[in-house]
Design a protein around this ligand. Structure first.
Ligand code: AMP
Ligand code: MG
Length: 483
């Protein structure tokens, strides 16, 4: 067999047995590689040519198990829209942890690979459209500089799956720093015995935060680190107008990567109440709620660590609560420093928060496009943003603010270019690319889109056509979980 360079370890499978199930692959009829991420393959130490060969593809289709792989499905629980429930990988298979030539460790997971002991009523499969969508959006997030799981490949299975209609089946190869979730901790805290929660916590520390291993209270440090990473992550989402759509605790990683691209989408018109997901009827996960929901999810994480933080439960709760209350300020600091960069501001002034807040108010009032407002400011193309025609006052305040710092106008503009993307995966662009691929087997539009999204801060003339708004902005965009 051609070996593309799989170099697996299976450290997760050495954790307490309750945390996973060993599974058998579910072969598919006729796997065909439709998307392949060559640069990611190289980063992983995999030979692109061998991976794209028939034998290579049979691995990412789940038809063959490479040497060293021990396929498992992971157990986890989670709070879904606020209610606690048992979940687990119902349609995914971890084939192993790839150790790269640089010594990094990445989970390689096949999503849509068939039924597992956690599938409940589901078929364990995924449809092509949603898998392509995950590929596009996760790779766009990566290029935007936002921590995220990535996508190595998408294969079609040659089999249909039944949803409302019959759809082509597909499998996505997801690459993640790990698949440890807040929900994994909730699972073991609820159903684990004695030492099991501690084993999981130690594993997470070893894998993601080895620098805290020797801390006096390493479980408290773990909580602090995860709070920090999540605060930083959510601030980054807000700064590009990304709405995750389903921030359940099973979709919150311990590593701080964005995971689970289901009903997510980017906001065009700025409105803090934006919700895209068809199932989020009450707007629990609307844009403006992402930071407070982040804190809520971290409180669920903190609860799982209570017995590890202190022998005295009351003391432990007090300590954990104190940490959770820090989320707000931490988030605000990340957000402020990111917003200052978007406005070309290098130093800090107390009034900055108002300046930024007022801009958001104006964007809302004028129904301004989020991304293009910052582009217009970056390139001083005020004629392109209706908002600044009538709101000269704000613009003047901003200009005066820039003049009060040492850095030159050019340095300011460079900072803005590096922090305000020219292109985001706009919904209408994503939809047209998906339609061409799924309905007509034409992947050219998607390739072109991926290409432009791979360099969002380039600000090239070729990107112009991806900056335009959808023709019919009145119709609300609706996303589906795509299960
Ligand atoms: P998600 O909405 O993707 O976070 O998934 C929530 C839960 O539903 C997870 O436990 C998934 O593994 C499970 N699930 C989603 N789709 C399917 C499916 N087609 N078959 C079996 N389980 C699924
Ligand atoms: Mg999930």
């Amino acid at each position: 067999m051609v070996d593309p360079g799989w170099n697996f370890d299976n450290s997760y499978a050495r954790l307490p047995k309750k945390l996973f199930s060993t599974i058998e692959p579910n072969p598919v009829e006729e796997p065909e590689l439709v998307v392949f991420n060559e640069s990611l393959a190289r980063t992983l130490g995999l030979d692109p040519e061998a991976l794209q060969s028939e034998e290579g593809v049979s691995v990412v289709a789940g038809n063959e198990t490479p040497k060293g792989s021990e396929p498992i499905a992971q157990a986890y629980a989670g709070h879904q829209f606020g209610s606690f429930t048992m979940l687990g990988d119902g349609r995914a298979m971890m084939i192993g942890e790839q150790i790269t030539p640089d010594g990094e460790r990445y989970d390689i997971q096949l999503k849509g690979s068939g039924r597992t002991p956690y599938s409940r009523g589901g078929d364990g499969r995924a449809a092509l459209g949603p898998m392509l969508r995950e590929h596009i959006i996760s790779e766009a997030m990566y290029a935007l500089g936002i921590p995220t799981t990535r996508s190595l490949a998408v294969v079609t299975t040659g089999e249909s799956i039944i949803r409302e209609t019959e759809l082509p089946g597909a499998i996505l190869t997801r690459v993640a720093a790990s698949h440890l979730r807040v929900g994994t901790f909730e699972f073991i805290a609820n159903w684990g015995e004695k030492e099991e929660p501690q084993a999981l916590a130690d594993y997470a520390i070893e894998r993601h935060y080895p620098e805290i291993k020797k801390d006096e209270n390493r479980y408290l440090s773990l909580l602090q680190e995860v709070i920090k990473r999540q605060a930083a992550l959510i601030a980054k989402w807000q700064q590009v107008g990304f709405i995750h759509g389903v921030m359940n605790t099973d979709n919150v990683t311990i590593s701080g990567e964005t995971i689970d691209y289901g009903p997510c989408a980017f906001m065009d018109t700025y409105d803090p109440e934006t919700v895209f997901s068809s199932i989020d009827v009450r707007g629990r996960y609307m844009y403006a709620n992402q930071p407070p929901i982040g804190a809520w999810n971290l409180a669920r994480f903190a609860e799982t660590l209570i017995p590890l933080i202190h022998d005295d439960q009351e003391k432990a709760i007090e300590i954990a609560e104190k940490e959770i209350t820090k989320f707000g300020d931490l988030y605000r600091d990340y957000w402020l420093s990111g917003m200052r960069a978007k406005l070309g501001i290098f130093n800090e002034e107390a009034e900055d928060e108002n300046l930024i807040g007022d801009l958001h108010k104006l964007m809302k009032e004028h129904k301004a496009d989020f991304t293009n407002t910052f582009r217009a400011l970056t390139f001083d193309k005020l004629e392109e943003a209706e908002l600044f025609k009538s709101e000269e006052q704000w613009h003047k305040r901003w200009q005066e603010r820039l003049e009060r710092q040492e850095e030159s106008k050019e340095e300011s503009q460079q900072l803005m270019r590096d922090n305000n993307p020219a292109v985001i995966p706009r919904n209408h662009r994503v939809e047209e690319a998906l339609e061409a691929a799924v309905e007509r087997g034409d992947y050219s539009m998607m390739e072109k889109l991926l290409n432009t999204l791979s360099n969002p801060y380039a600000h090239t003339p070729e990107q112009e056509e991806y900056c335009t708004l959808p023709p019919d902005t009145d119709r609300p965009y609706v996303t589906y979980c795509g299960t």
